[in-house]
Design a protein around this ligand. Structure first.
Ligand code: SIN
Length: 327
């Protein structure tokens, strides 16, 4: 009888294991932007590819618009195992590594081609590993684009934003950048920006054409000045525990699907930088201000000293490598 009970227990155990194995692996992908953005489209493409190639083994659930976590909470939630993937802006990692601050240095990259060159260089690839000590894995960069300044009045030179309140992401470099032009930077989550602008609690913000358009900031800001003064790109991340806990073959398939989704998202980013700029102009709700070379030089002169301040944390060699990416 005792032997029979033992066989039953072993059988039930094996059944439980095989049932557990058959259960699909769930990936919750949390992000803060709208679906019609480079990141929103990349996440959906990743889901589509995983559905096609790993059907039944892995299920991806995408949560846009800060539905699951705001940008301030998502990385902590990932470390706790509450979310498996996210793609925060590179400006939101400073609690986890100082190295990624390089991407916030104003006027460092001349264009997206330079950004692409740097991210694909040995130095750029090495940066993907900069979160390892925090048990996070950088899986790939994703573009959004260059940032512009929106405001309630036409901004042409640094003197125009002195004393004005500007929302920034949680980055000390961005704080220093706005302080360099005597504005008042306020670190706030992306999910609060529209209301802050609408209620005039702040005077302006910096963002890409796609975020200004998709989150309707242009409806509550009368002007957008085309400064291209800084970069807003992303790092797709997972927790080391989750990622390295996956069977090798599944991890390889997921990485391949992600690489393809990122390439797709990058195409959308290039497209949206043009299209969404035009849509804002066509809306007639916000005027796009184009500055002269001489005016742009005033911004460069005022903001460039920020590099020196962060040189020690970021590394002079890394800054040099980034400069060399500009042709
Ligand atoms: C994002 O594009 O993920 C948000 C950017 C921001 O916080 O301004």
């Amino acid at each position: 009888m005792k032997r029979f009970a033992g066989i039953i227990v072993a059988f039930l155990g094996a059944l439980a294991i095989s049932t557990a194995q058959a259960k699909p692996i769930e990936i919750k992908f949390s992000h803060v932007v709208a679906e019609n953005t480079p990141k929103g489209q990349m996440a959906l493409k990743f889901k589509e590819l995983v559905d096609q190639r790993l059907d039944g083994k892995v299920v991806v659930k995408v949560y846009p618009n800060s539905q699951l976590f705001t940008d301030g909470k998502v990385l902590q939630a990932m470390q706790l195992g509450d979310v498996e993937m996210a793609a925060p802006s590179l400006s939101k990692f400073q609690k986890y590594t100082k190295k990624l601050q390089i991407f916030d240095l104003p006027f460092l990259f001349e264009d997206m081609e330079a950004v692409e060159t740097f991210q694909n260089s040995p130095a750029g690839k090495e940066l993907l590993k900069s979160l390892e000590r925090k048990m996070l894995v950088g899986l790939g960069y994703l573009h959004n684009g260059m940032k512009q300044l929106s405001a309630n009045q036409p901004i042409r030179t640094p003197a125009d934003i002195a004393g004005k309140k500007y929302r920034i992401m949680t980055s000390d470099v961005l704080q220093a950048q706005f302080e360099a032009v005597h504005a008042i930077p306020l670190k706030k989550p992306f999910s609060e920006v529209f209301t802050l602008l609408q209620t005039r609690a702040i005077d302006g913000q910096e963002n890409t054409w796609s975020n200004i358009y998709s989150k309707k900031f242009f409806e509550v800001q009368d002007y957008v000045t085309e400064t291209n003064h800084g970069l807003l790109d992303y790092l797709v991340v997972s927790s080391a525990e989750f990622w390295y806990g996956l069977p090798q073959d599944i991890r390889n398939e997921l990485q391949a699907a992600l690489d393809e989704a990122i390439a797709y998202g990058n195409q959308i980013a290039a497209q949206k930088a043009k299209e969404d700029r035009q849509k804002i102009i066509d809306s007639g709700k916000s005027q796009v201000v184009e500055i002269t070379d001489e005016e742009r030089q005033q911004w460069v002169n005022a903001m460039r000293p920020v590099w020196k301040r962060f040189e020690k944390e970021v590394g002079a060699d890394l800054i040099d490598a980034a400069i060399k990416s500009n042709k």
